[in-house]
Design a protein around this ligand. Sequence first.
Ligand SMILES: [Ca+2]
Length: 192
Amino acid sequence: MNTNNETGKSTGNIYKGLDEYWKKVIVSILLIFIAIGITYWMGFTPCKIAISLNPQVEFCQSETPPIIISVRSDVAWQDTKIYVQPGQILFIMASGSINTWDGHPIAYSPDPNGQAQNEPCPSTSNLPDCLINGELYGMLIGRIGENGIPFRIGSENRFSITTSGNLYLAINDDEPYIGDNSGEYNVSISIK
Ligand SMILES: [Ca+2]
């Protein structure tokens, strides 16, 4: 009898121990879901929390899926059809290589930051104006609206939008000599 009683006690303790364990698991899971619910309810998405923990995280791509487009080097201002307006933040990343004088190695741009090996555009005083005078040949540039003021972009940049209109992109070059370019940049655009 004693043995049976002891066995019964031991078995009961094991079940009791398991019950306590699963209770803790269930309570923990519930607390995690409640915490996630409260953070969302308060407007703290994982993206915003990441930024608050590390200010270097300037933009959370997961919050707005990026728009991927190709920007040709042999066409001037290209309308991305992306409408932006004041208050938005624009995050642009670009890659690829182009040539601003097809077949001439000196005009090679290894990336959207442009040709660091050359003088800024226009490289000599007898050359015509560029889309942005004083910026490098081959640099990815942009403007907001058909008559917006052009600005540099390069391989990666972030902008606070202060005007509304479609985003236009181009590759910097002497304006009359854009047609002799080759290649394109791949551009990722995120709006927040
Ligand atoms: Ca050219």
